[in-house]
Each structure stands twice: as C-alpha cells, then as structure tokens.
Write a protein that binds this ligand. Structure first.
Ligand code: PRP
Ligand code: MN
Ligand code: MG
Length: 181
C-alpha cells in the first residue's frame, strides 16, 4: 500500500483530541440520561470507531444497535438519496435514543434518519456527532452533542472513508485533492 501521508494534506483532529472529547461527552451523556432507558444507535459504517470508543467511556451498561445507511457511494458528494442497507433490530418504543454519527456534512443522512425514527415511538431522540461541517449544511439538524466543528473539506480517518479507504486511520485528516480529482 502507498504511504498514507502523501494522500493527506493536514491532520485536523488528533487521536488524543478525539479521546479527550469522547470522555467529556460521555460524562455529559451519563448525567443527562441517568435513570433513563438509553439506547445507542450507531450509523454504519462511519460511526463504528466513535461508537466503540465513546460507549466504553460510559460508566454503565448501555445497549447498542446499528443502522446501515449510505448516501455517498464511492464519490465525495452526498447523492441525497439515502438507502437503508440494514435496519435496526430493536423496537424503539419508549426508548431514549441517542444516534451516534461520525460526521454531519450536508445533514441529509441525519435529517432523513430522524424523520424515519420519529414514527417508531421513541421516548426521545437526540444526536451525537463527532464532527460537523457548518459550512456544508444543506438542511439543519438538531444535534445535542457535537465533538468538533470543522472546515468544509473532504475528511477521512477514524471511521470516515473515501471509497471505503482510510477508515482505520487514527486521526481525522484532510484528503489530498490529487487523490480524488
Ligand atoms: C457519511 C458519514 C455520515 C454521512 C454524512 O456516510 O458517515 O453518515 O455521510 O453526510 P451528510 O451529512 O452529507 O448526509 P456514508 O454515506 O459515506 O456511508 P458510510 O458511513 O458507510 O461511509
Ligand atoms: Mn455514515
Ligand atoms: Mg462514507
């Protein structure tokens, strides 16, 4: 495999910064959901790393479920058409749902997901996104827990891919334009 450093222009968020932020948000979530029936819902595949690390900073046992949706395919732009590739296994009725996402880019995936979840009878639905690109928003999404607001550049790593590559990078980095143009 080619040296990954030549495919990146800049590290935006380091592994260490991610760890600290996840700990901080986990403490908030633990407090906000004390005594409540919390269900974490991870959005495959990008949220795998966030879910794995974030959930382990929570002090008590929390069930997790997964929804697989995809709108990007192999490109760098959202198609706007969200497809369910795997639905939840869990009935959301009376659950306090916290959706765990790696990134809010245009917001299309999450706004579609929130609408989809609304009819399922959850007691509450909130969103935790590790990353958010305010300048890229096409629709507004209410996100209670945000890790980092980042510039409008194509980022990869820590779960985020370009054509399924780079998800295993430990940091979040900007993909060099020569890789996709
Ligand atoms: C990416 C990312 C978010 C979504 C954000 O997922 O993981 O789920 O796009 O973009 P949006 O706000 O513009 O909708 P993707 O569709 O690439 O699938 P993946 O998680 O399997 O990579
Ligand atoms: Mn995703
Ligand atoms: Mg993707």
């Amino acid at each position: 495999a080619a040296d990954i450093q030549s495919e990146l222009t800049e590290i935006l968020v380091t592994e260490e910064q991610i760890r600290e932020k996840l700990e901080e948000i986990a403490a908030r979530v633990a407090e906000d959901y004390a005594g409540k029936d919390l269900l974490l819902v991870g959005v495959l595949k990008g949220a795998v790393m966030v879910m794995a690390d974030f959930s382990r900073y929570l002090p008590s046992s929390v069930p997790m479920d997964w929804m697989a949706v995809s709108s990007y395919g192999a490109g760098t732009k959202s198609s706007g058409v969200v497809q369910i590739r795997k639905d939840l296994d869990t009935d959301l009725h009376d659950k306090h749902v916290l959706i765990v996402e790696d990134i809010i880019d245009s917001g299309l995936t999450l706004s579609w997901l929130l609408e989809n979840f609304e009819s399922r009878g959850a007691a509450s639905i909130e969103v935790f996104a590790l990353l958010r690109k305010p300048e890229a928003a096409k629709v507004q999404v209410d996100c209670k827990y945000v890790g980092f607001d980042i510039p409008n550049e194509f980022v990869i790593g820590y779960g985020l891919d370009y054509a399924e590559k780079y998800r295993n990078l430990r940091d979040v980095a900007v993909l060099a334009p020569h890789v996709y143009s």
